[in-house]
Design a binder for this molecule. Structure first.
Ligand SMILES: C[S@@+](CC[C@H](N)C(=O)[O-])C[C@H]1O[C@@H](n2cnc3c(N)ncnc32)[C@H](O)[C@@H]1O
Length: 220
């Protein structure tokens, strides 16, 4: 008990030094909202993923904060019903559930680890919300680098799940797909560590915040 109290005190101290009072309060509220989301809907999206099958590259294996997802999804400059939302590296499906509150044509989660696909499947089945707008949610268990993109208009969501080589392969698949079938595509990249690769592949920055950047194919 004493050990966990001192852990919390240490964590808060670190946060205060890094983010100040306002930032620390914001982080606490974000955390509470995440816990509340799981409790309220009886789902399990909280814990970060660590697995030796994942590349040691980007550390960001934790799920995206609910508040941030809501913000991103609201800000998208798209007619939702015309677009397919694809979460590359969908984990336990939190982003898929949040996206389902918007009237996307359909929603797809692509995830490497079968055990996370099972958790996400359960979450999708359990999730019940009176405001849910899209129930057409598919899960695909595969390496995102090998995933063939759907031919519809796309919102691709990446929450820094991949190392650079995978991002490059995803971008090259997307570029090929756009050459064969030009269409509006938006890439929402949270914590965009491979920003240079995205821009280098010909995608233009549409908007940029501290946490994420939205890119679009320049022809849009
Ligand atoms: C940071 S989590 C993101 C979860 C979810 N997108 C969200 O925002 O809450 C990243 C996920 O990407 C998955 N992942 C890592 N490399 C992958 C790959 N090459 N193909 C598909 N999924 C991958 C991990 O297993 C992990 O579940």
């Amino acid at each position: 008990m004493l050990a966990s109290v001192s852990l919390v005190v240490e964590k808060v101290g670190r946060s205060l030094r890094r983010k100040g009072i306002r930032g620390t309060l914001d982080s606490c509220l974000e955390g509470i909202e995440d816990v509340w989301f799981d409790r309220r809907f009886g789902v399990q999206t909280l814990e970060a993923v660590t697995d030796r099958r994942l590349p040691a590259g980007p550390a960001g294996i934790a799920p995206t904060k609910i508040r941030r997802l809501r913000w991103i999804l609201r800000e998208l400059p798209v007619a939702y019903q015309d677009f397919v939302f694809v979460d590359l590296g969908s984990g336990k499906g939190r982003a898929l559930l949040m996206a389902s509150e918007f009237p996307f044509q359909r929603i797809i989660g692509v995830e490497l680890l079968p055990e996370l696909i099972s958790v996400a499947q359960k979450n999708i089945h359990t999730y019940s919300s009176t405001t849910q707008k899209c129930k057409n949610i598919d899960l695909i268990c595969c390496d995102a680098a090998r995933y063939e993109l759907p031919s519809e208009k796309l919102v691709l969501f990446l929450s820094n799940p991949f190392e650079r080589s995978t991002v490059s392969r995803v971008l090259s698949t997307l570029t090929d797909s756009l050459q064969k079938n030009p269409r509006p595509v938006y890439i929402v990249y949270q914590n965009p560590v491979c920003h240079d690769s995205v821009v280098g592949s010909g995608f233009a920055v549409l908007s940029m915040t501290r946490f994420y950047t939205i890119y679009t194919a320049s022809s849009v």
